[in-house]
Design a protein around this ligand. Structure first.
Ligand code: MRU
Length: 364
């Protein structure tokens, strides 16, 4: 995505050839800060504390973390250790495990002296592949938006609701849920996006709204609880969200609150689509509600909110009594029966074991 005159990805190799530069997303939309991560411990902190976030970007960042570690120690034991160290940073997004497995699979057969260079090469490939997957998702999702646009009066916008940030910032570029929206806007299809604020971390208010503004896509920020009301009043034509892990039977784990949007969409006969690259599919899991580990984050994220004062200072304020405990499950699972379709790089699959197997027969 362009920021000012410059095109940015969300992660890239630094000039020293061993560190990576990332956009520290905790400060957006107030400040655009690029920071350098030099060690695997810094990579782990950046993932755990959400300097980078979003399932595909977490995976790519971890892949570079493995590469950094290989420069210091490329033994089998070091590879196993860095796998475990990075894997425990965030438990829900399967792209993290996928990327770590991909690195181990690539590196283990190689002689130790070749591993560091091969690790950097594979991490860069995973980043490039993510961009290509998202472009393909965009093309398939665009077909769905075109169909809805065709049923509208000229210049009447297609209203799309999205939750959290499954955009450029959650991936390496383009995003998953946002890729079809950006392509539709580029094609001149009038689109308008309802952006859920996405409490408690406000990825919608802080990140998706910033992305939409940057792309010039008309959008409106709404509180998380507004979706059902908007749908009842014919103000939403389709929902597109991303996912942190989709199971082999099509259950979709995504940011907390996604399930409620899917229920409201079903009650109002509004199509509910999930955009995902295939590394987000966990082929080892069937029932998402029972089997996917849900990350439980600090209650402070619920009790304390970040914002910018009129004087321009970015500050944190408490919104609940000091002694009130807060629970913070970060994700929920939307059962496949509530999902209209899964927009993948190979096309739109029915959210079912059969639908996924038809698109990915090699996994059958
Ligand atoms: O906690 P986050 O910000 O990492 O959660 C991100 C999401 O839930 C996204 O929707 C998901 O990772 C898909 S990103 C393409």
């Amino acid at each position: 995505m362009n920021v000012g005159e410059r095109h940015f990805r969300t992660i890239w190799l630094a000039g020293d050839g061993r560190s990576v530069e990332i956009i520290d997303q905790r400060w957006l939309p107030h400040e655009f800060r690029v920071v350098t991560l030099k060690t695997v411990d810094e990579i782990a902190t950046a993932i755990r504390d959400m300097w980078v976030r979003g399932a595909p970007l977490i995976g790519v960042t971890a892949a570079y973390g493995v590469a950094m570690h290989m420069l210091d120690d490329a033994s089998d034991a070091a590879l196993d250790n860095v796998w475990s160290h990075l894997h425990e940073t965030r438990p829900t997004a399967i792209n993290l495990r996928w990327a770590l497995d991909e690195m181990a699979r690539t590196l283990k057969p190689l002689p130790i002296e070749e591993r560091a260079a091969a690790a950097y090469a594979r991490a860069a490939e995973i980043a490039d592949e993510d961009v290509e997957l998202n472009r393909a998702i965009g093309r398939h999702g665009l077909t769905l938006i075109r169909q809805i646009a065709a049923s509208k009066k000229p210049n009447e916008p297609v209203n799309i609701l999205t939750h959290c940030n499954a955009g450029w910032l959650a991936t390496v570029d383009y995003g998953t849920a946002t890729a079809p929206i950006y392509l539709a806007a580029e094609e001149g299809i009038p689109v308008h996006v309802y952006v859920d604020e996405t409490r408690p971390r406000n990825q919608g208010a802080q990140l998706t709204a910033w992305e939409m503004a940057g792309h010039g896509v008309p959008h409106t920020l709404v509180v998380d609880n507004a979706g059902g009301h908007l749908m009842q009043h014919g103000m939403v034509d389709m929902v597109i969200v991303g996912t942190d892990r989709t199971t082999a039977q099509g259950d979709v784990c995504n940011k907390i609150g996604t399930y409620l949007k899917a229920l409201a969409a079903r009650d109002n006969a509004i199509p509910f689509y999930v955009a995902l690259p295939s590394p987000t599919i966990d082929w080892t899991v069937g029932d998402g509600v029972k089997e996917i580990p849900i990350e439980e984050r600090s209650g402070d994220e619920v009790s304390l909110v970040w914002g910018k004062t009129a004087a321009g200072d970015v500050v944190q304020v408490r919104i609940s009594p000091d002694a009130t405990p807060a629970a913070n499950p970060a994700f929920d699972v939307t059962p496949a029966r509530l999902v209209t379709g899964l927009i993948t790089e190979r096309g739109v699959a029915e959210a079912s074991a059969e639908g996924l197997k038809a698109l990915f027969p090699e996994r059958a």
